[in-house]
Design a protein around this ligand. Structure first.
Ligand code: MOS
Length: 745
């Protein structure tokens, strides 16, 4: 039997059928006997104290079981650090129902538990709160004078602060032949995955819980629950195989988890807490930012001065940071640089990573300033990128582990037809519409974290691998199965992957585009260890003839081990299991990134985006008629799921540039469009030709798989490419996202 490798094949999602037929169960769908429903009550003021609570009318309703507030909250963990988690920024994590204090608008202040969801929701309207209000501030732009440097903490390890200034940027900028600068404003955005946050907690007695949760990290939530509720770590099981999108909103334990667990422990019965769509706007968000840039170049286009500064919102209790400004100098070398990143604490919930956090924000400022610089030089924007192409990361002086960005530019320009662009703004037309072409560069760091995996040769001679990792809709199940299959030379049908359960071997949160590199490496290591064990068994069964063989003398292929020199001298996995008295053979293996070696390199995926827009100036309508992203992300395990990741990122890019916006009423300190009718995202009618090219890239440094991750890079370059195309079409440089139609009329 000849088995083709699975890696590199465009295999459809293995769980696709379960999902489209509704057979896949999500956190809020698990049945349980005696199940009751919790509904959260949110604060209607932005800052102050709860003075009085009246729960009597709510409790008087038949079927209402309990109303939890800070007044009757059970005694829980005291210390702030016990509420922390793997993605917690420096500061003190939010503690639900800790006291009478109101820290932000929409804060959860009570949980009503009832026999049905509808009853709990109705009863929630009857709980009355009297507040003492205090002055608050939610307006970033009015408070730039309060900007300060972020606190440094554990999270800073994955999100480095800006590099130190080099040379004298101010002088270099003033003396530059060509200059470009800009002020860029981004508003608040909310994640809005299709699946609402939900937790079903099954109380199993004696401090034991089985928790179905919507999360990007089963182990992260297990840690949080055992710390906060003082339960034995091994008595808390968090299960989350299917996740209906998260985009970062599930990186930290969300408060419905807290409420569901608290009520289940108090009532000693299963409790489900599901958020409403409007409540999806009451925790983390992409923070609003204001950015400034000053780029200067000599007459040949070589950049001499780079200044990039960002002011970002955070909460009063945690310092959420993301990498916004570091990228410019990673892409473009300059002898004189100044990178600045400051936070402004406001009366809001702590911001939260949202797909390509910081990257999709910073790239707009960088790439639109580059576009402006190209016009100042009277040069093609792509030519300017090529003149400033950097083979090493000048911001740190380290080489790239690999970088095929040049191929992204060249193959993208070719396929898109960039050479047909006429340079002058407003020079291209189609009927009564202006046509514009824009391009931009994208970069996203390729990270890897430690993880563990288990590999088992089953009684049937098949392979079963396990990891606690989730699959947030990215194709993790499929890709991990492919990696495992190739490790043992099996067809994908003979491999199964169990995941999304904290009882399984450790995996970190799923995010940062690091899951394939992190968990994939662990599975590869576990598979390789299993191969060794199987080989030893085979040797002992085969006796004398195989005794002197080394692992490299045999092949694992089609469910058998055979001699490389004589394929007929072989032993099947089934025979091995039989000789093992029918017992499973298993190994677990920890995969740890080779930190010392990796530190010597900058590891990043790159991309180039090319966009065509049509602008109707009479109506102010912008249509992205064509978009292409070329991506260099190392080895692509599954071209189909990877392409879907990039397409999803591109659609979000269109959304970010043209649609998405959470509107805050700063008089009230409140988000005003907490629903999908008024929080705009692109629909099918907004989407036209989208295309993706993966350029060849071999990386022997990043990890053993050579993968860089594709979850986020697709979102980075599209928004600035759209802004640049709008400028090319209209001659109007609009640096505020989303671009509103009235700014074009
Ligand atoms: Mo991603 S924002 O790390 O889920």
């Amino acid at each position: 039997m000849s088995v083709q490798p699975s890696i590199g094949k465009p295999i459809s999602r293995l769980e696709g059928h379960l999902k489209v037929t509704g057979a896949a169960k999500y956190a809020g769908e698990y049945p349980a006997e005696n199940l009751v429903y919790g509904y959260i009550v949110n604060s209607t003021i932005t800052k102050g104290q709860i003075k009085h609570i009246d729960t009597t009318p709510a409790k008087a309703l038949e079927g209402v079981i309990e109303v939890f507030t800070h007044e009757n909250r059970p005694s829980l963990a005291w210390f702030d650090f016990q509420y922390s988690d793997m993605d917690a920024p420096p500061g003190n994590a939010f503690k639900p129902l800790a006291d009478a204090k109101i820290l932000y608008n929409g804060q959860p202040i009570a949980l009503v538990v009832a026999e049905t969801f509808e009853l709990a929701r109705y009863a929630a309207t009857l709980v009355k709160f009297e507040y003492e209000e205090e002055a608050f501030d939610t307006n970033l732009i009015d408070n730039l004078n309060k900007a300060r440097s972020p606190k440094v903490g554990l999270a800073t390890f994955l999100k480095p602060l800006p590099t130190k200034p080099v040379g004298n940027y101010r002088k270099a900028y003033e003396q530059s032949y060509a200059k470009a600068s800009g002020e860029f404003l981004h508003g608040t955005e909310h994640h809005n995955p299709l699946e609402l946050f939900a937790t079903t907690t099954i109380y199993e007695g004696e401090g034991k819980l089985k928790i179905y949760d919507k999360t990007q990290g089963t182990v992260n939530c297990q840690l949080y629950v055992s710390n906060v509720f003082g339960l034995k770590y091994k008595n808390v099981q968090v299960i989350s195989p299917y996740v209906g999108g998260a985009f970062g909103s599930g990186l930290r334990p969300q408060f419905q988890l807290f409420f569901s667990v608290m009520a289940a422990l108090e009532l000693k019965r299963p409790v489900r807490v599901t958020l409403d769509r409007h409540q999806m706007f009451t925790f983390g968000h992409r923070p609003p930012t204001l950015q400034h840039t000053h780029f200067g170049a000599d007459a040949t286009g070589k950049i001499q001065a780079l200044h990039h500064a960002a002011y970002a919102e955070t909460s009063r209790f945690e310092d959420y940071t993301e990498v916004v400004v570091n990228w410019s100098n990673m892409i473009y070398p300059s002898a004189n640089t100044l990178m600045e990143y400051k936070l402004v604490p406001m009366d809001v919930f702590t911001p939260l990573d949202m797909r390509a956090p910081g990257g999709s924000t910073g790239s707009h400022a960088i790439e639109s300033t580059m576009d402006e610089l190209a016009y100042a030089l009277n040069m093609d924007p792509l030519e300017l990128r090529l003149i400033n192409y950097s083979e090493t990361d000048e911001s740190t002086g380290r080489p790239f582990s690999s970088k095929e960005l040049r191929q992204c530019y060249l193959q993208g320009a070719e396929k898109f037809g960039w050479s047909e662009r006429s340079p002058q703004p407003r020079s291209m037309k189609r009927g009564n519409k202006l046509v514009g072409y824009g391009m931009a560069t994208g970069i996203w760091e390729s990270m890897q974290l430690p993880a563990r995996a288990e590999a088992r040769l089953t009684k049937e001679g098949k392979l079963h691998v396990l990891s606690a990792v989730t699959d947030i809709g990215t194709g993790t199940l499929t890709v991990m199965t492919q990696i495992a299959a190739d490790e043992l030379g099996l067809p994908i049908e003979d491999v199964s992957f169990s995941y999304g359960d904290s009882k399984m071997p450790f995996a970190p949160i799923q995010g940062g585009s690091f899951t394939v590199s992190t968990v994939g490496s662990a599975i590869k290591a576990a598979g390789s260890a299993l191969r060794k064990k199987i080989f030893q068994k085979a040797q002992s069964i085969k006796g004398a003839t195989w005794k002197k063989l080394k692992p490299e003398d045999v092949l694992f292929h089609g469910g058998a081990v055979s001699l490389k020199t004589d394929p007929h001298d072989s032993i099947s996995f089934r025979e091995i299991i039989e000789a093992n008295k029918g017992k499973v053979i298993k190994t677990t293996n920890l995969s740890v990134p080779k930190a010392l070696k990796l530190k010597k390199y900058t590891r990043a995926a790159h991309s180039a985006a090319f966009v065509e827009v049509e602008v109707d100036e009479e109506l102010g309508i912008i249509n992205v008629t064509r978009a292409l992203t070329t991506v260099a992300a190392g080895r692509i395990i599954n071209p189909k799921t990877a392409r879907s990741q990039i397409l999803g990122g591109m659609i979000w890019g269109i959304s970010k540039a043209l649609r998405e916006e959470t509107i805050t009423d700063h008089e009230l300190g409140k988000y005003m469009n907490q629903n999908l009718a008024e929080y705009h995202i692109p629909v099918h009618a907004d989407l036209h030709e989208l295309d993706v090219i993966f350029v060849e890239e071999t990386d022997e440094i990043v990890n053993e798989l050579g993968t860089k991750g594709v979850g986020e890079i697709g979102l980075v370059a599209i928004p600035p490419a759209i802004a640049n195309a709008v400028y090319h079409a209209t001659g109007k440089r609009i640096n505020q996202f989303p671009i509103h139609f009235d700014s074009l009329i």
